[in-house]
Write a protein that binds this ligand. Structure first.
Ligand SMILES: [Zn+2]
Length: 378
């Protein structure tokens, strides 16, 4: 990873490069900020720069033996600690991070801005991965190894808040005693869950949300800057990870939005003709969705209602709608007002909980449609 690959965060880059040039690299640091703001890629670029044999003014050389190994994240003096899942429910099948290292390296190389949730999905696990007690002993074992090829050994602890308490206590002990040429970089998007004694022993580096202009550049570079780009950027709130999830989720959201639009239009009119031509097909469509999709649809609809209500306030920076949603809101938003918003939201939430409790979805949606028909006229 190179500093030039990091999106935004220029101040931090400059500060870290400066610290290497001045020879005052703090031996334990904590990079923290929201998911997807670049703590992990920055740690990798920083580590590579520290170990580079011919560092340039602002970046690693990319040519030396060390850089070549860093390009594959396979430098022998670079160690990773990250959450895993052991197969036994007792959490004691002897697995350590190194058993998952090839998979972790591939994932990070493919997606350096990855989140814990992305990693959990890559592991195909339902439980949240953690850093087990056993890993504490591994950390100490690795500290006792001599540095093979660099002046520094670098240990990156990703998602440090996921450390089991016993492991965290081992790390704390290690941090209390200076470890020669070992640099610890802890990374977290939730530092409240890291024990205070560790937090007080590391140099903390806060990563703010990435400026929108860099997210915009990133989308342009990848040919993804389309009519919805500003909507994605707004929802990303400075996170590259969230930006790409927004884009990936777009198809599903569009599907739910169009269904919501049909539902609102259909519910507006209730007479014999619309009942047969609109209500019955809508009901069929809604009941044919699986339960999970029905719940997702109802949640998405609550978001649409809220956005339409806010749209009426005429404060554009509060509205999080894409082009198609905005077009619909122009005509629809005025039907969502302070007389019905609360009840509409409650009814959708109630329908959601009924579906969740396995109530027959045909009844749930039919009741909901009758209520919408009534409420939209308030
Ligand atoms: Zn180099």
């Amino acid at each position: 990873m190179f500093f030039r690959d990091i999106i935004g965060q220029n101040e931090i880059k400059t500060r870290l490069i400066r610290s290497v040039k001045d020879g005052r690299v703090a031996h334990a640091q904590l990079f923290y900020g929201n998911t997807g703001v670049g703590c992990l890629p920055m740690a990798l670029a920083y580590a590579q720069y520290i170990c580079c044999e011919n560092p340039l003014d602002n970046d690693s050389c990319g040519e030396c033996v060390s850089c070549k190994k860093y390009a594959k994240l396979s430098h022998p003096d670079l160690h990773f600690v990250f959450p895993i899942i052991t197969k036994k429910s007792s959490g004691n099948d002897g697995s350590v991070c190194d058993d998952f290292l090839p998979q972790f390296r591939d994932k990070v190389l493919e997606e350096p801005y990855l989140s814990l949730q992305d990693w959990q999905e890559a592991l195909q696990e339902e439980k949240k991965p953690i850093i087990y007690t056993r890993e504490g002993e591994e950390i100490i074992r690795k500290l006792n190894l001599k540095a093979f090829e660099s002046a520094y050994k670098i240990m990156i602890i990703w998602c440090a808040e996921q450390m089991h308490e016993a492991c965290a206590n081992k790390v704390l002990k290690v941090l209390e005693e200076p470890q020669g040429q070992t640099l610890f970089i802890l990374i977290s998007d939730n530092i409240e869950n890291i024990i205070a004694t560790i937090r007080s022993r590391v140099q903390q580096v806060f990563f703010p949300p990435i400026d929108d202009e860099y997210l915009r550049d990133e989308l342009r570079k990848r040919g993804l800057y389309d009519e919805n780009a500003e909507f994605y950027i707004k929802n990303a709130r400075g996170s590259i990870n969230r930006l790409y999830h927004e884009i990936a989720d777009n198809d599903t959201r569009t599907y739910y939005f169009r269904l919501f639009m049909d539902l609102m239009r259909g519910c507006w009119n209730m007479n014999e003709t619309t009942f047969i031509e609109q209500w019955i097909p809508l009901l069929d469509q809604l009941t044919s969705l699986g339960r999970t999709s029905q719940i997702a649809f109802l949640q998405n609809s609550q978001r649409e209602l809220r956005e339409n209500f806010i749209y009426n306030l005429n404060v554009s920076n509060l509205v999080y709608m894409n082009r198609e949603e905005l077009d619909f809101a122009q005509k629809f938003a005025r039907f969502v007002n302070e007389r019905n918003i609360e009840q509409l939201m409650n009814e959708f939430a109630l329908a959601e909980s009924h579906i969740d409790q396995n109530t027959n979805s045909k009844y749930v949606f039919f009741d909901l449609m009758l209520i919408i028909n009534d409420l939209l006229k308030k």
